[in-house]
Design a binder for this molecule. Structure first.
Ligand SMILES: Cc1ncc(COP(=O)(O)O)c(C=O)c1O
Length: 386
């Protein structure tokens, strides 16, 4: 068993006591049953129906709750389903403050779905400026949505500062912790109410499972989210729960390599003549570098840069890559590269995207755990370094 004082590397292996008490199996069984026999009428057992709870999903949820220092975690069919589950907490007419630059799919859910069918109102704010968040709060504001570091521009938000402002107004705070993972940053310890994850990324870690997880610091909030998830039904299935739990066992080890490779690549690109600008919180030139150093254990595995030249330069670079794969998504063992404007953020209208600061020549790298020299050589040959 991992105590609360254990090292994170120990916790990822043992958190949640996920071994099977009945058989001694070190990994929990994948319980595929959708329904569970009652002892007698009026006497259900611990599990009733898999949409409400399932032993394999419970094992994952116990593990992630402990890793994030929360009291309860809830696993969903995707990161988007987890985000939708949080918005389900809000009554019609509620106002939400969200970042100017964040994952395009979350913005689409907020702007194109919940504004229309949920009667929610959203204001996009530069979250690197806590005063801007304070100024955006209205009587109907119920939630501040933080993503830090942001996708794709890697802006860093001062979680504790925003929490302090939100609390004064009895407003909930949620942090999308997908990029940092609890290995690098634990928002509930900084006072946030909810942590949200796309488990598809670093938790799963192998590009083979889609999932989402919310973690809360308060049991009543957990009860409400559970009720809403049972009602709407977007749960994570038992096979997928198992895969995410399996991935988490190596999270600490993988994050170490993701972070060291990413820092070395960011430093290399910063000096490269074909690179106009590098975005990485681990570089002293990053505007929130000091905050990132204070708030995060390390700086993560995502590096973005603007290549000198036009769309053809972007296409040429991406098409020449051989070790990096051109694909959507991030956070897995293999290195991926993409153009946010036409890939991860294509659902954001062009003028909005430009306002967010996402230029056509921006390239996002999800740095994997391959050998560093191979990755640097691949970038150099694709950048046409003589
Ligand atoms: C920061 C962030 N949040 C949420 C999501 C959505 O997660 P999913 O694709 O699992 O629905 C993504 C997906 O790329 C993401 O990058």
């Amino acid at each position: 068993m991992a105590g609360s004082n254990s090292q994170f590397e120990t916790k990822v292996i043992h958190a949640g006591e996920t071994s099977d008490a009945a058989t001694g199996a070190v990994m929990p069984p994948i319980v595929t049953s959708t329904t569970f026999e009652w002892e007698a009428l009026g006497q259900p057992r611990e599990h009733i129906y898999t949409r409400s709870s399932n032993p394999t999903r419970d094992a994952l949820e116990r593990c992630v709750a402990e890793l994030e220092s929360g009291v309860r975690a809830l696993a969903y069919a995707s990161g988007q389903a987890a985000s939708a589950g949080i918005l389900d907490l809000l009554d019609a007419g509620s106002h939400v403050i969200a970042p100017l630059d964040f994952y395009g799919g979350t913005r689409r859910l907020f702007d194109q779905v919940r504004r229309r069918v949920g009667a929610l109102d959203f204001t996009w704010v530069d979250m690197t400026d806590p005063a801007a968040v304070a100024a955006a709060i209205r009587p109907k504001t119920k939630l501040v949505w933080i993503e830090t570091p942001t996708n794709p521009l890697l802006k860093v938000t001062d979680i504790a500062a925003i929490v302090a402002i939100a609390r004064q107004h009895k407003v909930l705070t949620c942090v999308d912790n997908t990029f940092a993972t609890p290995c690098l940053q634990r928002p509930l310890e900084l006072g946030a109410d909810i942590v949200m994850h796309s488990a598809t990324k670093y938790f799963g870690g192998h590009s083979d499972v889609l999932g989402g997880i919310n973690v809360v610091a308060d049991a009543e909030l957990g009860r409400q989210l559970h009720l809403l998830r049972s009602a709407s039904g977007g749960v994570l299935g038992p096979f997928d729960s198992y895969l995410v739990l399996r991935g988490i066992k190596t999270l600490a080890l993988r994050m170490e390599r993701h972070c060291s490779n990413a820092l070395a690549i960011a430093q290399h690109l910063e000096k490269h003549p074909r690179v106009a600008r590098v975005y990485y919180p681990g570089l002293p030139a990053h505007p929130q570098h000091a905050l990132a150093k204070r708030q995060m254990g390390s700086f993560g595995g995502i590096v973005c840069f603007e290549i000198r030249g036009d769309a053809a330069a972007v296409g040429g670079f991406l098409n020449r890559l051989q070790v990096f794969t051109v694909a959507e998504s991030l956070g897995a063992v293999e290195s991926l590269a993409g153009q946010p404007a036409t890939m991860s953020h294509s659902s954001v209208p062009t003028d909005e995207r430009r306002k967010m600061g996402i230029a056509e020549n921006l390239i996002r790298l999800s740095v994997g755990i391959e050998g560093l020299q191979d990755l640097l050589a691949d970038l150099d040959q694709a950048l046409l370094t003589p």
